[in-house]
Design a protein around this ligand. Structure first.
Ligand SMILES: [Zn+2]
Length: 80
């Protein structure tokens, strides 16, 4: 874990996420995480970046420990 990642968690919507550039390939966004259906609705996450039914593990939204339902691609705006 690098310090940049840890620092940005303090005010971020997400507490668990990954950089897309850690894997070779072409991506639409810089980061990805996984979210549950409740958080998708509460955070108003845009459908175009949600891959429904592809979540595995715990929801990446802060203070949420639900099982995730969806995969979510995003850029740094959500990390503030
Ligand atoms: Zn959640």
């Amino acid at each position: 874990m690098d310090s940049d990642k840890r620092d940005s968690r303090s005010s971020a919507i997400f507490d668990d996420w990954n950089r897309n550039d850690e894997i070779r390939g072409n991506f639409r966004t810089k980061y990805w995480t996984q979210v549950c259906e409740d958080c998708r609705q509460q955070q108003g996450l845009p459908d175009e970046f949600i891959e429904k039914g592809s979540g595995q593990g715990i929801c990446g939204v802060r203070r949420c420990e639900n099982e995730s339902d969806h995969y979510y691609d995003f850029d740094s705006t959500e990390l503030k």
